[in-house]
Design a protein around this ligand. Sequence first.
Ligand code: ARG
Length: 459
Amino acid sequence: MTLWDGRFNQKTDDLVAKFSESISFDKRLYAHDISGSIAHVTMLAECGIITDNDAGSIIKELTNIQSEIEAGSFQFDEQYEDIHMNIENALINRLGDTGAKIHTARSRNDQIATDTRLYLRDEIDQINNLLNQLKLSIVDVAAKHLHVIMPGFTHLQHAQPVLFAHHLLAYTEMFHRDGCRLNDCRKRINKLPLGSGALAGTSLLINRDMVADLLKFDGVTRNSMDAVSDRDYFIEFLSTLSIFMMHMSRLSEDVIYWVSQECSFIELSDTFCTGSSLMPQKKNPDVAELTRGKTGRVYGDLFSLLTMMKGLPLCYNRDMQEDKEPLFDAIDTVKLILSVYAPMIRNIKVNESIMKNAASDPDLMATDLAEWLVNRNIPFRTAHKKVGTLVGYCQENGITLDQVSLDQIKELIPECNEECLLLFDPEKSINSRNITGGTSGEQVKKQIEFWKTELNADI
Ligand code: ARG
């Protein structure tokens, strides 16, 4: 027996039931399915479509079912396909005709759209909270190491000295944009599709706005055909998670590089690393590596959905049941990564002197000399060329910029004087970049103040 077999003469083949069930994974929507049903039934009674008594009994039984699911005593059955029919079937078993009224003016097509919107709203809030924890741990490490100097890279080559905090806070910017994108996506999720029926609405005089209010939606969807066909909100959400994972993967790549023997800029706490079963000396940055690896998995989830949707005619098609596993997988992956990454970052050990040493190569201050010349009215392109000649001279003679005598410098760049010799100091170089967005101590302090206010943190 199923809830839709009126026109059938034969029972569904067991294999087909197994093939088409979704209860094994959509049961995680139970709480949202039940709160959607409670709001729906409350509205049906308010509109006089069912009696207050019936609504009362249904709501009471839905609450019991929820407690049983949470206690692990509710029997889910593959035969009833999905979360909607498992719950409805239990209601009918327990309440008879009264239970059979719950699906009035409703289809599973608008029901699943409602459940997933409710579910995603909650997940977005949880992910944003976890994301804030990660931002906080980055800001905390940045604030504690405000004086630490490192080489900034372009093309993975030492480029110019920067504050380590400045580099870290670049990630806070990325994660902040990710949070904003999640909130923006949440706004579009926050419309109620229930009342769209299977595709065309209902002839019954229901009150959709009331259900929207009860479920704290911002309003109702405008077009029933779109409302039951739309999975843009899944795709938008997964795109946002994919961008977030791309950021996590880049941070992971930095971490992996920073802990490498070649770099040794930071050390991870033993509690966040694993060893090798063969090489006794190994301490591997697995969390960062797995995060980089899991990025592909989340992109895959996005692509499953984009591909699944691209050929579907309006309105609902059963293909769309395939939307949930990639969604759940991406959510689980992202939440797991966020919960492990925040404490890992908070516990890094910073090798200040190694970083500073790497940033002290006078070549990294070549741009400072070019800019010094610009301040003496030399066109930048000319200054760039002159300093380039000086760098070439040093390379030919196997010396560094600060080892050239002033006389030799003057031979190549007559505008130079003894002030130039003071330019090859990474700290000075950093503090001279004192414009909004620059790496000077003053500017980085301002960034930290901004994040403290933004994240409401007492660091
Ligand atoms: N389990 C289905 C899904 O996840 C619910 C909607 C099914 N609708 C239908 N007419 N078979 O998509």
